[in-house]
Design a protein around this ligand. Structure first.
Ligand code: SF4
Length: 702
C-alpha cells in the first residue's frame, strides 16, 4: 500500500512549520516539510525530520500508575480518575482551592488550555494555572502590553522577505528556530538585507551578522538606550511623526541624555564605534524587522529589555508596515494560543485579565457562574507555586506535558518542593522523566499526531493538528483526561464535550470582538489547509497578516508608549567566590529537557552529552583543556560538563546547553538548571535563567 500523507503542524518551536506525515499500515514512517506552506514551503529542521522514532520509543506510557509503598504500579483508568478526583476534592475541602495548581507545557493544544482554565479557574476556584510560556515569552507578552496595550505580536513572516535589516537580539535562531534562520539567511543573500546580532556569544546566527554586538550578559537595556540616543542625536527620528502614534517622547529623551554610546560601551563591553555604527545602520534602514527571544526574556530586567527594544522600532517608524515590525518567536509551538486562551495565572480567556472586573464579569457570564467564583487576584507564578509547595500552601500539583523537575531553575529547590506535594499528578507521554520519577500519580497521554486540536504560531496563524494514528495502549488525549477528571469531581454539566471540536466551538466565543478573534475559524476551514492569521472574526474573513496598520493602538489615547527605562544590573552579581557568569541556551539537536529528543537515536548520537564553553584565557588560568570535565557551581548547586575551550564566549563568561537532565541517557549532575537562578523579573515573573554567578574548576576525576 502507498504511504498515506497527512498535513499537520510542527509541535516543537513556535514558528509553526507546516508538515506532511507519512503513514504506512497504521505507523508513521516519514515526516517532511509541506511544500507551499507559507511558513516553511517544504523546509524542515532536524527535530521533526528525525521524530519518527518517538512514536515507537521505549518508555512510552501506556497505563495509568499510582505510587503505592514507594513504587508506581499500573492501575485502570477508572481507578486512576477516581483516585485523582477524590484526592483533589479532599485537598480543596481541607486547604481551600488555592492549594491546587496546574503547570503545563506550551505544546498543549488551545482546546486543552481552555479546559484546564475552566476546570481550575471556574470550577475549582483557583487561579494557580501556569504554563511554560511563563518560562519563555511572559516578558515579551508584558513588553507588548506595556508598549502597545495588548499581547499581540503585530508583524508576520511575509515581512522577512521585505525587510532590509534584521535586528536579532538574544537568540541563536540558527539552532532554536532553524527554518526562520534559513529564511533570514536567504533574504540576506537574495535581497542584500543587513543583519545586526546582539549576543554575548559567537554563534551560528552571528556568523551571518554584518554587525555583531557582543555585549556582556544582561546589559541590553544600556545598549538599546545608547542606540536610541544616537538615533535621536543624529537626526534619524522624525519627532513630529513619532508623537502622532507614540506618547512619552519627552521623558524618553530626558533619560537618553544619560546614555551616550561611551557610557553604554563601559557597561556592555561593546566598542563605542560599533554601537554608533549599529545605530546608523538602523537609522538608514527602510524596513527593520526585529527578533528577540530568551536572551531577553530570561532576565530580571526582561520587560525593560523588551520596552527599550520597542522604543527603537517606534522611534524609527519600523512597525506595522511591510518588512518592518517586531516579531517575537515563541520557544514552544502553542505559547501564543496558551496565553490568548488564559493559560497563565493572571489571565482569562480571550486576552482578558483576572484583575480586571469587567473581564471577570464577561467570563463569569459566559461560563454561567457567579462573578465571585472568579478570584480577582492573579494566582501564583510557577516559581511561587513551588514556593507554596515548600510552605504547604500548595498541596496538589498537576503537571501536564512538561517536565518541571528539569526545566525550572534551581533544580534542587524545585525537586524538594515537588517532593512535598501531597498529590503530584504527572500527565505525560514518557516515563521516566525527572518529574514522573517524583509523581504520586502518572497519567498516560496521547502525543502530537495521536490527538486533535489547534496550535497558534508566532505570526498569529492558527492551524489544525489532527489525530493521524492511534495512541499506544491506554494512553488518552489530554482533553479527554481533563474532562474525565472534571466530571469525576462533580462538574459533569460544565464538561459535556465529546470532541475537541466541541471545545473549540465553545472557546472561540470567548474571543469575540477581541484582537484574538477566532469566530471565523472552524475545523472545516483549517482541515488540510495552511491556517488563518488572527484576528479572523467571521467565516468569510481571510485572516489578518499585520496588526495596527492604522497605528491605532489599544491604549487610552490610541498611541503606543515610548517608555524610559534605566539599566539595572542583574539580580545576582559576580564576586570573588563566584567570578564567572553562566549563560545557557538551546542546541540544534535537542528540545527542552529531551523528553522526546533524548529518545531519538540519531539526535542522541549527534549531541549525547553536556558541555561547557570557556574562553581560552580563563581556561589557561584554570589549567583547563578541551575534553576535561569541569564543574560549574553557583550558591545553588553544581553541574558538570566537558570543557570546550573557545573564544565563542567572552572572557569571564561560561556557556552550557539547557537540555541534559538525568532521566534518560545521561548520568546525574549535568543539568544546567542545577546552577541557574529562580529569581524573576517582577513585571513578568519570568525567571533569570541567563545570568548566574558561578565558579569553575576542573572536576577531580577528569
Ligand atoms: S523551525 Fe520550529 S516549527 Fe519549523 S520545523 Fe523546526 S522546530 Fe518545527
Amino acid at each position: 500500500m502507498p504511504i498515506q500523507w497527512h498535513k499537520t503542524t510542527c509541535s516543537y518551536c513556535g514558528f509553526g512549520c507546516g508538515l506532511m506525515v507519512g503513514v504506512d499500515r497504521g505507523k508513521i514512517v516519514e515526516i517532511k516539510g509541506m511544500e507551499g506552506h507559507p511558513t516553511n514551503d517544504g523546509m524542515i529542521c532536524t527535530l521533526p525530520a528525525n521524530s519518527v522514532p518517538i512514536f515507537g520509543a521505549e518508555g512510552r506510557l501506556t497505563k495509568p500508575m499510582i505510587r503505592r509503598d514507594g513504587k508506581l504500579s499500573p492501575v485502570t483508568w477508572e481507578e486512576a480518575i477516581a483516585h485523582v478526583a477524590a484526592q483533589l476534592k479532599k485537598i480543596i475541602e481541607t486547604h481551600g482551592p488555592g492549594a491546587v495548581a496546574i503547570h503545563s507545557g506550551a505544546i498543549c493544544m488551545t482546546e486543552e488550555y481552555y479546559l484546564m482554565n475552566k476546570l481550575l479557574k471556574a470550577s475549582i476556584g483557583s487561579n494557580n494555572i501556569e504554563s511554560s510560556t511563563r518560562l519563555c515569552m511572559a516578558s515579551s507578552a508584558m513588553g507588548f502590553v506595556s508598549t502597545i496595550g495588548a499581547d499581540a505580536p503585530p508583524a508576520c513572516y511575509d515581512d522577512i522577505e521585505m525587510a532590509d535589516l534584521f535586528f536579532i537580539a538574544g537568540n541563536n535562531m540558527a539552532v532554536s528556530v532553524p527554518v526562520l534562520f534559513m529564511r533570514v539567511a536567504r533574504a540576506k543573500e537574495n535581497n542584500g538585507a543587513k543583519v545586526i546580532v546582539v549576543d554575548p556569544r559567537k554563534s551560528e546566527t552571528s556568523s551571518i551578522a554584518d554587525i555583531h554586538l557582543r555585549i556582556k550578559p544582561g546589559t541590553d537595556v544600556a545598549l538599546n538606550n545608547a542606540l536610541a540616543h544616537v538615533l535621536l542625536k543624529e537626526g534619524y527620528v522624525n519627532e513630529e511623526t513619532v508623537e502622532e502614534y507614540a506618547s512619552g517622547l519627552k521623558d524618553l529623551k530626558e533619560l537618553l541624555e544619560d546614555y551616550p554610546p561611551s557610557k553604554a560601551s563601559e557597561i556592555t563591553g561593546c566598542p563605542e564605534q560599533l554601537i554608533i555604527d549599529a545605530a546608523r545602520t538602523i537609522g538608514r534602514s527602510k524596513a527593520m524587522l526585529t527578533f528577540w527571544f530568551q536572551g531577553y526574556n530570561h532576565s530580571s530586567q526582561a520587560v525593560f529589555k523588551n520596552n527599550t527594544l520597542h522604543n527603537l522600532w517606534l522611534l524609527t517608524n519600523n512597525f506595522c508596515r511591510p518588512g518592518a515590525g517586531p516579531l517575537s518567536i515563541t520557544g514552544e509551538c502553542n505559547a501564543l494560543g496558551c496565553r490568548w486562551i488564559g493559560g497563565l495565572s493572571h489571565l482569562l480567556p480571550g486576552m482578558r485579565m483576572v484583575a480586571n472586573p469587567q473581564h471577570r464579569q464577561e467570563i463569569a457570564a459566559f461560563w454561567d457562574i457567579p462573578m465571585e467564583k472568579l478570584r480577582p487576584i492573579p494566582g501564583r507564578s510557577i516559581i511561587d507555586i513551588i514556593r507554596g509547595l515548600h510552605t504547604g500552601d500548595v498541596r496538589a500539583f498537576w503537571s501536564i506535558t512538561t517536565n518541571p523537575a528539569a526545566s525550572l531553575p534551581n533544580t534542587k529547590w524545585i525537586t524538594a518542593g515537588l517532593a512535598k506535594a501531597e498529590l503530584l499528578i504527572v500527565q505525560d507521554i514518557f516515563h521516566p522523566t525527572e518529574t514522573t520519577n517524583l509523581a504520586t500519580v502518572v497519567l498516560p497521554a496521547a502525543q502530537w499526531c495521536e490527538k486533535t486540536g489547534t496550535f497558534i504560531s508566532s505570526e498569529r496563524r492558527i492551524e489544525l493538528a489532527e489525530k493521524i494514528i492511534d495512541p499506544p495502549g491506554d494512553a488518552k488525549p489530554d482533553y479527554e483526561i481533563l474532562c474525565l477528571i472534571a466530571r469525576a469531581m462533580g462538574f459533569e454539566k460544565e464538561f459535556p464535550y465529546s470532541s475537541p471540536e466541541e471545545v473549540f466551538e465553545e472557546l472561540k466565543k470567548t474571543t469575540k470582538g477581541r484582537i484574538c478573534d477566532l469566530n471565523g475559524v472552524t475545523y472545516e476551514r483549517l482541515r488540510g489547509k495552511v491556517g488563518l492569521q488572527l484576528p479572523c472574526p467571521d467565516v468569510n474573513h481571510p485572516g489578518t497578516p499585520r496588526l495596527f496598520t492604522d497605528k491605532n493602538f489599544p491604549r487610552a489615547d490610541g498611541r503606543a508608549a515610548l517608555l524610559p527605562r534605566e539599566y539595572k544590573t542583574s539580580k545576582e552579581t559576580i564576586n570573588e567566590e563566584y567570578p564567572f557568569v553562566l549563560i545557557t541556551s538551546r542546541q540544534q539537536w535537542h528540545f527542552n529537557t529531551r523528553t522526546r529528543t533524548g529518545r531519538i537515536p540519531k539526535l542522541h548520537r549527534n549531541a549525547p552529552d553536556n558541555f561547557v564553553e570557556i574562553h581560552p584565557s580563563d581556561a589557561a588560568n584554570l589549567c583547563i583543556n578541551t575534553g576535561d570535565t569541569v564543574e560549574i557551581s553557583s550558591v545553588r548547586g553544581t553541574a558538570k560538563g566537558v570543557a570546550r575551550v573557545s573564544d565563542s564566549v567572552l572572557q569571564g563568561t561560561v556557556y552550557m546547553p539547557i537540555h541534559y537532565g538525568s532521566a534518560i541517557n545521561i548520568e546525574d549532575g549535568k543539568l544546567a538548571n542545577l546552577v541557574t537562578n529562580n529569581v524573576y523579573d517582577i513585571h513578568s515573573k519570568q525567571p533569570e535563567y541567563k545570568f548566574s554567578a558561578v565558579k569553575v574548576k576542573k572536576a577531580r576525576w577528569s
